[in-house]
Ligand binder design. Structure first.
Ligand code: TRP
Length: 330
């Protein structure tokens, strides 16, 4: 890892296996960026606890599932530092300091928090849930990241991060870079919903076997007005076509013409899509199967990544304590 490179920090909540939405929205990009940036990837288990705290028994398994997905898609532990949030105590420490610098009202107005709270039916949010964007600020800054690849829904959190960084730097001393967001795309769900997501049950997982991919693609929502094969189709409102554009862009134009002219039916189109997806997923599944068999390697990678994150965190926290004049016994 080259410290002259700019640093990226990004991550995921471990809530189960990753899907094609993660692949399109972030994983593919991370694999590319890892060569040009000093990359830190966090498995946000503390953030997962903000909604799963009552039953954390799955968490250990989910952390490993996410790590296996990372490695299977080609995140290279020699290039990128994969680590577990709860095992880097400096993140928790920094969270406490930032929490002094933000009002409850500001946190309450965060639109992503509001949406998530409504989805979960929270009428009375916990302190930890309301404050997870503060903890996310610590995730990003404990390693002084420059760039944060995230989805659009994370923008309110990025705004808070930048605000807290400016406040810290102005109040105490210029310790942190003001990190920038790198906005990532979204993949629609099989049901045509704007986002592929586990909770909406409209996802194809990276670890789904080939026949499951075929089965799921068959259920994908297409143009409802199209009954017979030779009816002219409307690819612009078709989920399968959206996927074709994403995963087989070289054929999309031809396919669009054929669909509009009623020359290719949905069944055939779906078969082709399933074949494309399975060709993409085959090597990923193969690598994943290797890590299923070698879970000790996965754990060693997480341990080494976490150790490195702690070292970086200790350096940052020494600067933070100096800046805040709370390094009493130095
Ligand atoms: N909130 C992010 C999500 O739900 C996950 C996350 C936690 C994260 N900490 C982060 C993303 C820091 C980027 C940077 O997807």
């Amino acid at each position: 890892m080259n410290t002259l490179k700019k640093r990226i920090l990004t991550g995921d909540r471990p809530t189960g296996k990753l899907h094609l939405g993660h692949y399109v929205g972030s994983l593919k990009n991370r694999v590319k960026l890892q060569h040009d940036y000093d990359t830190f990837i966090l498995i946000a288990d503390v953030q997962a606890l903000t909604t799963n705290w009552e039953d954390p028994t799955q968490l250990g398994r989910d952390v490993r599932e996410v790590a296996k997905d990372y490695l299977a898609v080609g995140i290279d532990p020699k290039e990128a530092n994969i680590f577990v949030q709860s095992m880097v105590p400096q993140i928790a420490e920094l969270t406490v300091f930032y929490s002094m610098m933000v009002s409850v009202n500001v946190l309450r107005h965060n639109p992503t928090i509001k949406t998530e709270a409504a989805q979960k039916g929270y009428t009375d949010m916990t302190y930890g849930f309301l404050g997870y964007p503060v903890s996310q600020t610590a995730d990003i800054t404990f390693c002084n990241a420059d760039l944060v690849p995230v989805g659009k829904d994370q923008m309110p959190h990025m705004e808070l991060t930048r605000k807290l960084v400016r406040r810290f730097n102005d109040l105490y001393a210029p310790v942190f870079h003001e990190p920038e967001a790198l906005i990532q795309g979204l993949l629609i769900g099989l049901d045509g919903n704007t986002k592929m997501s586990k909770s909406l049950d409209n996802a194809i997982y990276l670890s789904d076997p080939a026949d499951e991919v075929m089965r799921k693609v068959r259920t994908a929502v297409t143009d409802p007005a199209r009954i017979r094969k030779d009816d002219p189709g409307h690819p612009d409102i078709c989920t399968v076509f959206a996927y074709q554009k994403e995963f087989a862009p070289e054929f999309a134009c031809e396919l669009e013409g054929a669909c509009k002219a009623g020359q290719i039916g949905c069944v055939e189109c779906k078969k082709r899509l399933a074949a494309t997806l399975n060709a993409l997923l085959d090597p990923i599944r193969e690598k994943r199967a290797y890590y299923d068999e070698h879970i000790d390697e996965v754990e060693d990678i997480l341990k080494a990544g976490t150790l490195k994150a702690r070292e970086v965190g200790a350096e940052t926290l020494a600067k933070v304590r100096d800046a805040m004049k709370i390094n009493y016994f130095k």
